[in-house]
Write a protein that binds this ligand. Structure first.
Ligand code: HEC
Length: 464
């Protein structure tokens, strides 16, 4: 990467370019060549901010500042440089060098994008030719359901009780319970959560909606119970959906879904973060789209908690990096739909490996840059989601950093154990597991193998 030394000469060139920009005149190419190299804000950086930052970094969204203009980015440059080069922003803390990399909600920056941003800052934050500036992005109306176009209005909308948050206060967790009002079992095709009411979006950091119901009455309960209870894994209360800013609704793959039963209720967990103004009567709501009656999916998706701590417990000595590990064996063939590590302030990294029945071992994914205040759900592309045969052992490994080096560590002289408070610890993975009928599992594996061969053949042909 090139290093530039910002000089007063260059600052003059920038001011000159900006003045031309204000007049709507394209600056002479020489103004850029003269000391600032080829990276400009208008041509190179703005498209990245539009695609990867602005959804959160705009007025009324969750981030503390806007990144909509050259001026914004110029002002925040040193913070941006730090957060993008250490992969804290955009919030996507997965190790990009190992495991599956095809995700439906990927908002990470590529290595080249990070280099572009850093080169722009180190090169003197050149604005560039106004003609290169892309038009502003129109973000979707945050008051509309994201899935409206695809599915229409939801079949069922469940709203939480309203909450009020003071202008300045510690983070709050709001946990009301709302009956779903369902009177017959219904299969769910898609779900979406959105903050609503007064300024709900500005203070709602993330939302979990748990579905509480009597699982013994559920169809496929034998498969689910057998699959869920062996090997130390726990199911439920089902996490129905997790929401954070930037998240689309969730659509279950062909032939799979969640089920809602009569008597069920939603237990909300809304993480609120004060933004300097008192907000009254805000609430969150959950939209549910059902499969038509009689059109039932063959497979059920269920949220599982895979603990890293089952056998050994969690016992983190002061001043040390502790490793905790546990194993869970799948009793049914399964497709893992997502990967979401959960730890607290000392959380450092978590990995998921599969040991196949034939002994082959594969690192499925790893978060190597865990940030405790972000709950990121890494949702696999349907054709990349791990397909695992019955008898596969999942290995969950968690690393906690209880040293003084960890900037989030409130006290590195404490022993730390398991608990709810953020100063206590946890170590588990949330995974939406679709338990597959064995014949369907074989068919999915065969189809994927065929697609892989076809793609390979296509590349070989194009190489000739
Ligand atoms: C999903 C929403 C989201 C996205 C996408 C996002 N940010 Fe952020 N950003 C936040 C929030 C919320 C904070 C404040 C809390 C925190 O730091 O975790 C923040 C904080 C920051 C900060 C630190 C601000 C300070 O007060 O020091 C910088 C710099 C930043 N973001 C830059 C970026 C850049 C650059 C991008 C895109 C490449 C980006 N962010 C993408 C939500 C987001």
């Amino acid at each position: 990467m090139r290093q530039f030394d910002p000089t007063s000469l260059k600052r003059a060139a920038i001011a000159f370019g900006a003045a031309l920009g204000a007049l709507g005149v394209a600056g002479p190419a020489g103004a850029q060549e003269n000391g600032s190299g080829d990276v400009t804000f208008n041509r190179d950086v703005m498209p990245i901010l539009q695609a990867k930052c602005q959804e959160c970094h705009q007025e009324g969204s969750i981030a503390p500042m806007s990144l909509l203009t050259y001026r914004d980015a110029y002002r925040w440059a040193s913070g941006i440089r730090e957060k993008v080069s250490n992969r804290v922003m955009p919030p996507w803390h997965l190790d990009p060098t190992v495991g599956i990399q095809e995700f439906r909600n990927d908002r990470s920056l590529s290595g080249a994008e990070i280099e572009t941003i850093v080169a722009w800052i180190d090169g003197g934050r050149v604005e560039g030719d106004p003609a290169d500036l892309p038009p502003p992005v129109e973000f979707p109306d945050p008051n509309e359901w994201r899935l409206l176009d695809e599915f229409g209005e939801p079949d069922l909308v469940i709203a939480s009780e309203p909450f009020t948050l003071e202008a300045e206060t510690m983070d709050k967790w709001w946990r009301p319970v709302t009956p779903t009002g369902i009177t017959e079992p219904r299969w769910v095709k898609a779900i979406e959560i959105r903050p609503a009411g007064n300024d709900g979006r500005t203070i709602t950091h993330h939302v979990l909606a748990f579905l509480q119901q009597n699982e013994e009455e559920s169809p496929m309960s034998a498969r689910i119970v057998e699959a869920s209870t062996r090997g130390g894994a726990m199911g439920g209360p089902d996490l129905f959906m997790e929401w954070a800013v930037g998240k689309e609704g969730e659509i279950f793959p062909e032939g799979a879904g969640k089920i809602m039963l009569p008597g069920s209720q939603i237990r909300w967990e809304v993480h609120l973060h004060a933004m300097g103004e008192r907000v009254e009567d805000s609430y969150v709501e959950l939209g549910v789209w059902f499969y038509p009656r009689g059109e039932e999916p063959r497979n059920r998706t269920r949220l599982m908690i895979y603990n890293a701590t089952g056998r050994t417990g969690l016992d983190i000595p002061p001043g040390e990096i502790a490793v905790t590990q546990d194993f869970h064996t799948l009793r049914w063939p399964a497709r893992l739909e997502n990967f979401q590590p959960h730890m607290h302030m000392r959380g450092k990294a978590m990995s998921l490996e599969a040991i196949y029945p034939d002994g082959r071992k594969e690192l499925i994914n790893q978060v190597d840059n865990f940030q405790w205040n972000w709950h990121i759900n890494y949702i696999y592309e349907e054709d990349a989601a791990p397909l695992l045969p019955a008898g596969t052992t999942l290995v969950i490994t968690a690393w906690h950093d209880n040293t003084a080096e960890n900037p989030n560590n409130p006290d590195h002289e404490q022993w730390v154990g398991y608990g709810d408070r953020t100063v206590d610890e946890m170590a588990h993975l949330w995974v939406d597991v679709t338990y597959l009928d064995p014949a369907e599992f074989e068919a999915l594996v065969a189809a994927r193998e065929e697609a892989r061969r076809a793609a390979e053949a296509a590349t070989n042909n194009s190489n000739h």
